[in-house]
Design a protein around this ligand. Structure first.
Ligand code: PGA
Length: 263
């Protein structure tokens, strides 16, 4: 695991966008796993800038979103599809047919969740998975006690997640309590994972994810099994980590070895 202690959320977004754009140059048909919420917005802004300034094209990429609320249509402002259109898809050149979401409307959801997994496989698997983390340690909507090998399926949201997301809903709106989500097994199959976390309210989840025991009670801790995962943290999100000095030292060593072309 790589822990990057960044100066700010903007600095983290610069680093993550740079990593995505570097991989995109090497592989124009990149398969991206995407996240919603407030955390990834800075990265999406930078990808849109790269497209609008002619630095990058997204015409050949495919995207798979982590999750979607059940029964919220794409036109609903709280749906994750709506969010993605607004912050990324409407502003870049990705073809509509290359955008994939877990099934969240209609019948036979579980069978279609299996199809979602097959679609990922048929495109060669996810190259880069972008992640945030919930204050309860969830990744995607894999709530505490999710199986560490789970695949795409329907999950019931915890009271904590509902409370964290209540700010997005007007008092007359009903907040969905069910969601379709990639599983933890789906997420850790991605070749590269880039997780961002900002603010004090993520500090305990980050401590448990990075330095705690592997446990389904903190779904993020499953990332300890992954061989190419980087955590981009601001100082508040990193504030409960006990080995911050060590993480800074490993970062300096890695940068030095890269400069010397020995990595
Ligand atoms: P946030 O959500 O980016 O809005 O903090 C992250 C998450 O719940 O996974």
């Amino acid at each position: 695991m790589r822990i990057r202690l960044t100066a700010s959320a903007d600095h983290a977004a610069d680093l993550v966008a740079h990593e995505i754009l570097t991989q995109l140059r090497a592989k124009p048909n990149l398969v991206l796993g995407l996240a919603t919420g407030s955390t990834p917005i800075g990265v999406y802004k930078r990808l849109v800038d790269a497209y609008q300034t002619g630095v990058a094209s997204f015409a050949k990429i495919h995207t798979f979103n982590l999750d979607e609320y059940l029964d919220l249509p794409a036109t609903h402002p709280q749906s994750y599809r709506f969010f993605m259109q607004r912050y990324l898809f409407d502003a870049i050149d990705i073809p509509a047919a290359h955008i994939h979401f877990p099934p969240s409307e209609g019948k036979r959801l579980l069978r279609r969740c299996q199809r979602y997994e097959m679609d990922i496989q048929e495109l060669g698997g996810i190259d880069i998975q972008l992640l945030g983390i919930g204050s309860n340690g969830h990744i995607g909507f894999n709530e505490p006690t999710s199986s560490l090998r789970s695949r795409t399926r329907i999950k019931t949201l915890t009271p904590k997640t509902l409370q964290d997301n209540a700010r997005f809903y007007a008092s007359h709106e009903t907040q969905p309590t069910l969601a379709a989500t990639m599983g933890i097994g789906t997420i850790i199959d991605a070749r590269t994972i880039l997780l961002q976390a900002f603010g004090q309210k993520k500090a305990e989840a980050i401590r448990a994810t990075v330095e705690g025991p592997i446990s389904s009670y903190c779904p993020g801790s499953a990332l300890q099994f992954h061989e190419d995962v980087t955590f981009f943290l601001d100082s508040e999100a990193a504030s409960l980590l006990s080995m911050r000095d060590y993480y800074q030292q490993t970062q300096r060593h890695e940068e030095q070895l890269r400069r010397e072309d020995r990595m």
